[in-house]
Design a protein around this ligand. Structure first.
Ligand SMILES: Cc1cc2nc3c(=O)[nH]c(=O)nc-3n(C[C@H](O)[C@H](O)[C@H](O)COP(=O)(O)OP(=O)(O)OC[C@H]3O[C@@H](n4cnc5c(N)ncnc54)[C@H](O)[C@@H]3O)c2cc1C
Length: 465
């Protein structure tokens, strides 16, 4: 899946690992007000980074969050209709109704409400390419899948694999289905939006890691959502509280981390008001931990070896209005003649209803990066096809009002790397050079991300003593 020309690899190695100059991290190279000294530095202000910041504040610790965009929330994406002020969530949709979710929302004074899965709309299955309606049902997960899931409890809240890694877990999902006679549940296991890449080829371990007990609980009445159907409210409230300790529109441009806890962490961060030097005892990495994202953190050879095995896939989402399509339906892209009717990518996954009249949100799946222009053109063509297919009363021109690039999404490693101990090595990296990896390296859903961060917190706090 990782492809690049040999010359580009050479340039990459040279530029990525070029050493910073000797005085890069000297406090004397910075004005006093540009030196930020804290117990912790958290890089990334999505679900994991924001949760960690609030937890550390509540422990009485000092911290600073470095976030590259102009807001907190990461994969939570909310469009605010300028006329009505109503919201359309087109990233993270729902949460599991469990203790960690309820406590975190309460802590940030954000209301939660029960979510009725019927709000996702009645499905209409159509081939967006050929313009045919399909008479399909994806069904629900049966006993066959649930029995398999119980075999792999170590995938429920992480990817803590046995050694050797069971070969079945490395099978492409379509082969696992065939080998374990999961035909009854096959379509339901594949009817997962917000999963990037080719669903049939995903190694089985990632299916069990994502489609786990928490997800089943959500689907069986245990889903909650922000009371105003505005999942960004949680993060606006967090930003209002943490503001003086958050650097927005900022990225790490150089890093140096000591080999023992006394040496701490030094990061140079580019902010809208110039370069800052951050001196901290420990670093929490809450961004996708790909080598491209981590190249400026002053990696040692062990870190380079492990992190260069991680890849994430593209995934996109947006909001479109003026579609002329009947409301209350989820228009899903399937293919008449493909295995399990899985649509080819790149393509729109589905258009879903939202609480705002005439506004649909959509997701777009691709194995390779695609431009916003191409995505919106594909979505427009799909809407035109659906207008004809469903006999829409009017056939207006769709208007695209929001767009987000969610990549690199669903961090993963190649099966050979997993077989050779990638996850064992990645777990062993926790705490190495005062650095902790929170976020979605080992889990996918928000509850899991928050649970894992909470579980790691005692070790992280102890390391800063
Ligand atoms: C379309 C979609 C729908 C989803 N739906 C759900 C759902 O309904 N329920 C659910 O539980 N989960 C859902 N998820 C999964 C969701 O990704 C996780 O729940 C959670 O958001 C992951 O948190 P995170 O902090 O690890 O990553 P993110 O939320 O992605 O946060 C990472 C943060 O790091 C920042 N960043 C990235 N690179 C840098 C850098 N170099 N320097 C500084 N900052 C950087 C980003 O801007 C971002 O703010 C969905 C994901 C997607 C994409």
């Amino acid at each position: 899946m990782r492809t690049s020309a040999p010359w580009s690899s050479i340039c990459f190695v040279v530029s990525v690992f070029a050493a910073p100059s000797v005085n890069t991290f000297e406090t004397s190279s910075f004005a006093a007000h540009d030196v930020i000294t804290r117990d912790f530095v958290i890089v990334g202000g999505g679900a994991a980074g924001t949760y960690a910041a609030v937890a550390l504040k509540d422990e009485g610790k000092s911290f600073v969050v470095v976030e590259k965009t102009n807001r907190l929330g990461g994969h939570v994406a909310t469009y605010q209709d300028p006329t009505t002020g109503a919201s359309v969530d087109y990233g993270v949709q729902i949460y599991d109704n469990d203790t960690i979710v309820r406590n975190f929302f309460e802590r940030l004074n954000t209301p939660l409400a029960q979510f009725d899965m019927a709000n996702f709309g009645s499905p209409i299955y159509a081939d967006f390419k050929t313009g045919n309606l399909l008479n399909l049902t994806t069904g629900s997960l049966g006993q066959d899948y649930l029995e398999e899931l119980t075999e792999y409890s170590y995938l429920n809240d992480g990817i803590d694999l046995p050694d050797p890694v069971p070969e079945d877990l490395l099978l492409p999902w379509v082969d696992y289905i065939a080998k374990h006679n999961l035909e009854d549940s096959a379509m339901a296991t594949l009817a997962r939006p917000a999963i990037p890449g080719n669903l049939l080829d995903i190694p089985a371990l990632y299916v069990f890691n994502d489609l786990n007990d928490l997800m089943l609980h959500e689907e069986n009445g245990g889903a909650v959502v922000n009371g105003k159907r505005d999942n960004s409210q949680l993060y606006r409230n967090a930003l209002a509280e943490l503001k003086s300790n958050v650097l927005l529109n900022s990225t790490v441009i150089a890093g140096d981390r000591g080999s023992n806890h006394r040496q701490g962490v030094r990061l140079v961060v580019q902010t809208p008001t110039g370069k800052k030097l951050i001196l901290a005892k420990q670093l929490l990495v809450a961004i996708p931990q790909t080598i491209q994202n981590m190249k400026t953190f002053g990696l040692d050879n062990r870190e380079k070896g492990i992190l260069s095995q991680i890849y994430g896939l593209p995934y996109y989402g947006g909001v479109v209005k003026n579609t002329g399509l009947a409301s209350g339906f989820s228009y899903k892209n399937y293919a008449a003649n493909n295995t399990y009717n899985i649509a080819e990518i790149p393509s729109v996954v589905e258009f879903n209803p939202s609480p705002v009249d005439e506004h649909l949100y959509y997701w777009y799946n691709s194995a390779k990066p695609v431009s916003q222009k191409r995505i919106e053109a594909d979505a427009r063509n799909a809407i035109k096809t659906l207008q004809k297919l469903t006999g829409a009363a009017t056939q207006p021109e769709p208007q695209f009002v929001a767009f987000t690039d969610f990549g690199p999404f669903h961090l993963a490693a190649e099966v050979d790397d997993i077989r050779n101990g990638f996850y064992r090595d990645a777990y062993a990296l926790q705490g190495h050079r005062n650095t902790w990896y929170i976020g979605t390296l080992f889990v996918t859903g928000s509850s899991q991300v928050w649970n894992n961060t909470a579980i790691m917190l005692p070790d992280i706090l102890a390391a800063a003593h």
